[in-house]
Design a protein around this ligand. Structure first.
Ligand SMILES: [Fe+2]
Ligand SMILES: [Fe+2]
Length: 277
C-alpha cells in the first residue's frame, strides 16, 4: 500500500423494520436535518467524484492513486445513504420533490467549468470537515439515545470525511489553486446546502413546526453549527491555508479504528441510556 492511500472500508448497514425516520428521539429536529443532508448525498458525492476524475490526465500518479481511494470512500458513503434515504422518502414522500430539485441543481452545477467543479468539490469537503468537527465536539449531546444503526451510518461517514479532508484540496491545488475560484465555489456550495437542508428538514417536521420548542431547537442547532462551520470556511479560503492545518477532532478518528476488516463491520453505536452502565 502506497503511503498516503486512504483506507477503504466495506461497510453495509441493515436497518431494523421499526427504524424511526426521526431516529434521534430527544432531538427529532437534528435527525430531520441529518436526513435532509443524507438526501443530498447521492447527488453531491457523485459530483465530487466526477470533478476529481476530470483531473486524472493532469495530476501525478501518487495523487491519482490516493484519489482513487478517496473515490472508493465516497462511493461507499452515497451507496449507504441511498439505502437509508429509501426509509426517509417512504415516510416523507413530500421530500421526493426536493430530491428532484437537488438533481436539477446538481445537473446545473455539472455544466459549470471544470475549474469550478473541482473548486466546488474542494469546498464541499471543507464543509464536510466542518460538520464532522462540530459533530465530534457535540457527539454525546447529539447521538446519545439515538437509534444505533442510523447513528453508526452518520458517524462512520463523518469520521471518513475527517480522514480525507485534504485529498480534494490537493487535487484542486494541483490543477488550479485560485483562492478566488475556491471562495466562490465554496460560497455557492454552502448556500445550496443551506437551502436544501432547510427545506427538506422543515418538510419532515410537519406539524411539529406549530411547537415553538421545535423552532428554538432548530435555531440553537443552526447557530451552534455556524459557529464552527463559518470560521472553518473562512480560514480555509485564506491564502496559504491547506486543510492539513486543520486539527483533527479526537473522538471520531479513534472510534473509526474499531472497524473490523475481516467482517467489514463497524461496532454499532452504543446508546448510553440513563439506566445503561
Ligand atoms: Fe462522503
Ligand atoms: Fe468527502
Amino acid at each position: 500500500m502506497t503511503a498516503g492511500l486512504l483506507p477503504v472500508r466495506r461497510v453495509s448497514f441493515e436497518y431494523p423494520d421499526d427504524t424511526d425516520p426521526l431516529w434521534v428521539h430527544h432531538m427529532p429536529e437534528f435527525a430531520a436535518a441529518c436526513n435532509a443532508i443524507s438526501l443530498g448525498m447521492p447527488y453531491a458525492e457523485p459530483l465530487f467524484i466526477k470533478a476529481v476524475r476530470s483531473t486524472f490526465d493532469r495530476i501525478d500518479p501518487e495523487l491519482r492513486a490516493r484519489t482513487e481511494t478517496y473515490i472508493k470512500q465516497e462511493t461507499g458513503h452515497y451507496t449507504q445513504h441511498k439505502k437509508f434515504n429509501a426509509i426517509v422518502s417512504a415516510h416523507y414522500p413530500s421530500t421526493l420533490r426536493v430530491q428532484r430539485w437537488m438533481e436539477r441543481y446538481t445537473r446545473r452545477i455539472e455544466r459549470g467549468s471544470k475549474r469550478f467543479l473541482v473548486a466546488y468539490a474542494a469546498g464541499g469537503e471543507t464543509i464536510s470537515y466542518g460538520v464532522a468537527r462540530w459533530t465530534d465536539a457535540n457527539v454525546a449531546r447529539l447521538m446519545d439515545r439515538a437509534e444505533p444503526v442510523p447513528a453508526t451510518l452518520y458517524l462512520w461517514h463523518l469520521a471518513e470525511e475527517i480522514e480525507h479532508k485534504s485529498n480534494t484540496f490537493d487535487v484542486f491545488e494541483a490543477v488550479d489553486g485560485s483562492r478566488l475560484m475556491y471562495a466562490w465555489a465554496l460560497t455557492v456550495g454552502f448556500l445550496g446546502i443551506v437551502f436544501f437542508t432547510a427545506v427538506a428538514t422543515l418538510l419532515q417536521l410537519g406539524r411539529r413546526l406549530w411547537n415553538p420548542l421545535t423552532w428554538f431547537r432548530l435555531l440553537r442547532l443552526a447557530v451552534s453549527l455556524a459557529f464552527v462551520l463559518v470560521p472553518t470556511m473562512v480560514v480555509s479560503a485564506l491564502p496559504g491555508h491547506h486543510p492539513r492545518q486543520f486539527t483533527d477532532p479526537v473522538y471520531l478518528p479513534q472510534w473509526l479504528r474499531q472497524y473490523d476488516p475481516e467482517t467489514g463491520t463497524m461496532p454499532v453505536w452504543r446508546t448510553r441510556l440513563p439506566d445503561a452502565a
